[in-house]
Design a protein around this ligand. Structure first.
Ligand SMILES: O=P(O)(O)OC[C@H]1O[C@](O)(CO)[C@@H](O)[C@@H]1O
Length: 401
């Protein structure tokens, strides 16, 4: 447990006008609803439901799930705190909870869980596919051909950084020595425990203690998931891991979070790309077919709660892994707790509850931060870059072995 008792560290809420969390609830969520209304020809009933959600976001309260919701889902939301938060303003409950619940309500509004024709239709799919099809994705995949010229360690580093910076939806393979932005990237890393990560996953023949399993808890689809898949394929190819479990969301979440369908779309994109990208894709395809790689969509992946509240079955899965790598900002908030931690609070202390080694690969897109040295914190605060916590210009690789 952290030296500071967790309960004494304030939970982040969206109730402070002008704050980043407040702007997400007051501006971003309504913008997402409007976007969904534009992208699909929903009929009057669905549009009325979307308008009702818009009004609720402005000045409504959290409401219980609708009477026709699936019973298991109702039970889950009861476990996840619905009775405590129903009737309260979106702005007065933990921000993490309000955001997670917003996506559940949005899916209700578009009929995602209903019996009608919109059942199972991902309201964010057009945007996800457009990103996969973008010319930038072609360029990024073509850059993989250049990785052959690198040493194995440099290749591993490049692919780790591709996955890390992919969280900014900016997949740069930053080939070592290839250009001017390598120094900038290093400076942008506020913590780098990658050596600790590689000590957990040494290459085959380098004293590997036994079969290694990687749990990769994915974040966004498209241009983040593609480099995640490349990394998994590379680690398999290097013999650094024998198996991988890819955790994705059971339903559309936080606009671009990856679902099983998105995994298939990204994998097909790789396989069809030709060149080195296709070789990475083929290896992963083979590993999926023979069971070395599996895809999981655990309900708790869409829970509006920190991982410290994870259920026993998920805990057992993470406990069995050599290391669990959590991608992205939301997973970081859930891993360390969405609280106003003093930035120098040790990462190892706030993740001590996690049942096995754990790593975070994240670009900074919200206020939560732990594990900084006092010097790094001072440099960031003194940099004049007011939004270093939220702008996605900084990143971290933090590991608890
Ligand atoms: O895709 P990521 O890295 O999880 O980032 C999502 C982040 O965006 C936000 O939704 C803010 O818009 C944060 O709440 C969240 O942490």
């Amino acid at each position: 447990m952290p030296d500071i008792p967790t309960e004494s560290v304030p939970v982040i809420r969206g109730d402070e006008p002008g704050s980043f969390p407040h702007s997400v609830l007051a501006e971003r969520h309504p913008a997402i609803i409007r976007q969904v209304k534009e992208v699909f020809p929903h009929g009057p009933e669905r549009r009325r439901a979307l308008d009702a959600l818009l009004r609720s976001c402005a000045d409504g309260v959290i409401e219980p799930l609708p009477a026709d919701a699936d019973a298991r889902d109702r039970d889950r939301w009861a476990d996840w705190g619905m009775s405590e938060y129903a009737g309260r303003s979106w702005y007065d409950v933990p921000w993490l909870w309000a955001e997670g619940h917003f996506y559940r309500r949005l899916l209700d509004a578009v009929g995602y869980f209903g019996p009608g024709p919109w059942r199972g239709v991902d309201p964010f799919r057009p945007a996800k596919l457009a990103e996969l099809d973008a010319p930038e994705t072609d360029e990024e995949l073509a850059a993989l051909d250049g990785l052959d010229a690198l040493s194995a360690d440099e290749r591993t580093r490049s692919l780790l950084h591709g996955s890390l910076w992919g969280n900014r939806a900016d997949l740069g393979f930053r080939l070592s020595g290839s250009g001017g932005d390598a120094g900038g990237e290093a400076a942008a890393l506020v913590a780098d425990d990658s050596d600790a990560l590689w000590s957990l996953l040494p290459p085959a023949g380098a004293g590997t203690p036994g079969p290694a399993t990687l749990c990769l808890v994915a974040d966004n689809a498209g241009r983040e998931l593609v480099p995640d898949l490349l990394l998994v394929s590379h680690l398999l190819g290097e013999g650094r891991i024998d198996r991988a479990v890819l955790h994705v969301k059971p339903y559309p979440y936080y606009v671009s979070d990856a679902t099983p369908t998105d995994v298939l779309d990204a994998l097909r994109r790789l396989v069809a790309a030709g060149g080195a990208a296709a070789a990475y894709g083929d290896r992963l395809w083979a590993a999926l077919t023979d069971g070395r790689v599996t895809v999981r969509a655990h309900p708790f992946s869409c829970a509006p709660l920190p991982y410290s509240d994870m259920p026993a079955d998920l805990r057992a899965e993470f406990a069995a892994a050599t290391v669990t790598v959590l991608k992205g900002d939301l997973n970081y908030r859930r891993l360390v707790g969405d609280r106003r931690w003093p930035p120098t609070t040790p990462f190892a202390e706030v993740t001590a509850y996690f049942p096995a080694p754990v790593a975070a690969l994240r670009t900074l897109k919200s206020d939560v931060i732990t594990g900084l040295t006092a010097d790094t914190e001072q440099a960031l605060e003194g940099s004049g870059e007011r939004r270093w916590r939220t702008s996605g210009t900084h990143a971290l690789i933090q590991v608890r072995t």
